[in-house]
Design a protein around this ligand. Structure first.
Ligand code: SF4
Length: 290
């Protein structure tokens, strides 16, 4: 008889990073070092479906589909639909650069939410961050369209040091009718880390706490921001066994926890402080700011 490995904690939130490809490159800040030359990784559609199904059995209620730009994955629609059909709430984290009609229809499903990132009301400033001319115009137009369609949308504004610009971006989003706008600091992960080694001090302190991320190569990490802390791959093992492994216990124990912190909200996301204020004084700011 095969005995299933025990998972010490219930998983509540799972992030599915289904591709490294993106139309943008965001040279100063992309946590995943995504861009037009990156690919979808080694996970097949069947692999992702297996992970989605297993997430349900593990008690996951919320999944985030992210990249790169997740809508560029050829199986994006089918995977989101599978998660919805399985009873999961799905958040799609998109750059909203190009959205096809079938994607809008998917986003209108009551179990699907949308999130994006916006950098500045000034087009040249936004485009400088994304590394692509015209991205401000495209993303802003799709934010307006999402609001018009009544889609639940969260906008993260990244404060790279110009607080006044970030506040202008926040005010513009609110004036457009976006109800959830969060300003957060850029974390020193991926492109933002430059040549420095990634550090656990850049993390919020809740990574791996009832949440995990599966990367495009199948590696399981404590979250997408903590992508340098991996415990194994779902390419050659079940998610359950990875989460029950000694390595998972090691990597989660290596993250400095902040005193008095509460459970990470399920919608804690890259470059997105959820309930945190711009000074990162809330529960999801980097640990070294606490
Ligand atoms: S930060 Fe987002 S939009 Fe920018 S390159 Fe990375 S995945 Fe693409």
């Amino acid at each position: 008889m095969t005995i299933a490995p025990e998972v010490p904690t219930t998983l509540r939130f799972l992030s599915l990073e289904i591709t490294g490809r993106c139309q943008l490159s965001c040279p100063p800040l992309c946590y995943a070092k995504s861009g037009p030359t990156r690919n979808h990784g080694s996970m097949t559609e069947d692999d992702w479906n297996r992970v989605i199904d297993e997430a349900v059995t593990l008690g996951v209620e919320d999944v985030q589909v992210i990249g790169g730009e997740p809508t560029l994955h050829p199986a994006f629609d089918r995977m989101v639909q599978r998660a919805v059909d399985a009873g999961l709430r799905v958040r799609v984290y998109s750059n909203l650069f190009r959205i096809r009609d079938e994607h809008w229809r998917l986003f209108e499903h009551p179990s699907v939410r949308l999130a994006t990132t916006y950098h500045s009301p000034v087009a040249s400033e936004h485009d400088e961050v994304t590394g692509r001319d015209g991205s401000h115009k495209a993303t802003r137009a799709n934010i307006v369209e999402a609001v018009r369609r009544g889609i639940r949308l969260k906008v993260a504004v990244l404060d790279g040091g110009d607080h006044e610009r970030a506040e202008r971006a926040r005010a513009e989003m609110q004036a457009l009718g976006v109800h959830e706008v969060h300003v957060s600091d850029v974390r020193a992960v991926g492109n933002a880390a430059g040549t420095a080694m990634p550090s656990t001090s850049s993390l919020c302190g809740r990574c791996g706490d009832k949440k995990a991320a599966v990367l495009p190569n199948g590696n399981v990490s404590v979250c997408e921001m903590g992508r340098f802390l991996t415990a194994g791959s779902v390419k050659d093992a079940s998610l359950t066994s990875v989460l029950a492994s000694d390595r998972w216990a090691e990597v989660t124990a290596s993250i400095p926890r902040r005193a008095g912190m509460a459970l990470c909200p399920p919608d804690c996301a890259p470059n997105d402080d959820s309930s945190c204020g711009p000074d990162n004084s809330g529960p999801c700011g980097p640990a070294d700011d606490g």
